[in-house]
Design a protein around this ligand. Structure first.
Ligand code: 6PG
Length: 484
């Protein structure tokens, strides 16, 4: 880079100026930073400058060398392009032109294993690579997202203050902190999205229970969600559920939700969460059910082929609508606790596997504002981890233990009623089964072990021996047992 230093006026550069990139760039500018702008096609840069150029100090650039020349050293470049190959292409182009100590930040929804790979490659070239999960959608990007940066602690010293400043703040605390090395930020963002899937599935089930179990209309259910948002369930997703359910379709005059095609799509972060959980051996049943529920909704062929299949004799609809509604809200809350408990267990497992040293309570802190899963009860999650950093599962923390105790009868009633009415509730019921399974002293796993030993000599441990000692029964011989 041979451009004159006098041109280097920008503290941060943003490349990739689709809506998220543009809004983050504007957010930096609103906080007084000079922002260098770059986009593969210059028309996007100019469109941003035309519409919002007066909001702050921007430096226009057409080429990567021009873009980099506009940046103070060490250069900080935020990439906001599509995850996958486009991200690799931009990283390569930047890295070729950058200098030792410069920082490349990937703010997209990248797969954390890609981030691990990229961080290593960039580090070997003397540059810093930060994989930053950014949540909050377009609105959050503009007015304060939750930011989950992972990468070298050293780069956080220079980058952290900027990111913290543009992030959302709750009680004066920024919704941004250094997560840990290499892929940790994107890993945590991935789990955030997994929890987002689970949360949305549970909300969907609650809506369907009120719609099909009580015959309530979308505007009536919007009211109920509005009420729920004043209590324990207070959260962004509950709030916007009420908004979506209220919306009337201009074309038909019907509730919009009744004319939207009933097939949930996905870009893949939920699926990644489940794949990672399978590898880590963490039972994130709520997230898995949510991913599969989306897939099932899109299984058009199967859904068409099975229309009219027998339901068996269905039970009567609840007669006490108020009581049932209250039960559903409690079942939703308890299931949501399970979803977060599972997500936090995955973060703990990932942190251990990759040596990231993530502080789970910090995740609860930075998810309190800005992000899609922001919710009142994240304060409680933070408190739980502050009290007990090595917490085995959230559901044993005193606050959550009591919350579930207060909800458990309602939760069981909802699962029973839904089953009797033939209403599918994979999220609610799997969460309850998970809870029941955890608290059950003897599961049928011992039988599974016996069967594995029978057909494959896979051995088993004994309750009266060290767990590391293995035994095998001579199933096809005299059925005597021997240590292995
Ligand atoms: C966020 C969101 C964001 C995006 C999801 C949507 O935190 O701001 O999670 O990242 O909206 O990726 O994911 P699906 O398209 O897979 O539902």
């Amino acid at each position: 880079m041979s451009s004159p230093e006098t041109n280097a006026t920008a503290q941060i550069g943003v490349t990739g100026l689709a809506v998220m990139g543009s809004n983050i760039a504007r957010n930096f500018a609103h906080h007084g930073y000079t922002v260098a702008l770059h986009n593969r096609s210059v028309s996007k840069t100019d469109a941003l400058l035309d519409a919002h150029g007066s909001e702050g100090k921007f430096v226009r650039s057409e080429t990567i060398p021009e873009f980099l020349a506009a940046l103070e050293k060490p250069r900080r470049v935020l990439i906001m392009v599509k995850a996958g190959d486009p991200t690799d292409a931009v990283i390569d182009e930047l890295a070729d032109a950058m200098e030792e100590g410069d920082i490349i930040i990937d703010g997209g929804n990248s797969l954390y294993t890609d981030t691990i790979r990229r961080e290593k490659a960039i580090r070997e070239r003397g540059l810093h690579f930060v994989g930053a999960g950014i949540s909050g959608g377009e609105e959050g990007a503009l007015n304060g997202p939750s930011i989950m940066p992972g990468g070298p602690a050293e780069s956080y010293k220079s980058l952290g203050p900027l990111l913290e400043e543009i992030s959302a703040h709750v009680d004066g605390v920024p919704c941004c902190t250094h997560i840990g090395p290499d892929g940790s930020g994107h890993f945590v963002k991935m789990v955030h999205n997994g929890i987002e899937y689970s949360d949305m599935q549970l909300i969907g089930e609650a809506y369907q229970l009120l719609r099909d179990g009580l015959g309530k209309t979308a505007p009536e259910i919007a009211e109920i969600f509005g009420e729920w948002n004043k209590g324990d369930l207070d959260s962004y997703l509950i709030e916007i559920t009420s908004e979506v359910l209220k919306q009337v379709d201009a074309k038909t005059g019907k509730p919009l939700v009744d004319v939207i095609l009933d097939e949930a799509e996905q870009k893949g972060t939920g699926r990644w969460t489940v794949k990672s959980a399978l590898d880590l051996g963490v039972p994130v049943t709520g997230i898995a059910e949510a991913v599969f529920a989306r897939a099932l909704s899109g299984s058009v062929t199967q859904r068409k082929a099975t229309t009219g299949l027998a339901s068996g004799s269905l039970g009567a609809k609840p007669t006490d609508a108020e009581k049932f509604t209250d039960d559903v809200s409690k079942a939703l809350y308890a299931s949501k606790i399970v979803a977060y408990a599972q997500g936090f267990n995955q973060i703990q497992a990932g942190s251990k596997e990759y040596d990231w040293n993530i502080t789970p309570g910090d995740m609860a802190t930075i998810w309190r504002g800005g992000c899609i899963i922001r919710a009142k009860f994240l304060n409680r999650i933070k408190e739980a981890f502050d009290d007990e950093p090595e917490l085995a599962t959230l559901i044993v923390a005193p606050y959550f233990r009591e919350a579930i105790e207060a909800a458990i009868d309602s939760w069981r009633r909802v699962v029973v009623t839904a089953t009797e009415l033939g209403i599918p509730i994979p999220g609610f019921s799997s969460a309850l089964s998970y809870y029941d399974a955890l608290r059950t002293e003897r599961l049928p796993a011992a039988l599974t072990q016996g069967l594995r030993d029978f057909f494959g000599a896979h051995t088993y441990g004994r309750i009266d021996e060290e767990p590391s000692k293995k035994f095998h029964t001579q199933w096809s011989g005299d059925r005597s047992e021997s240590p292995v």
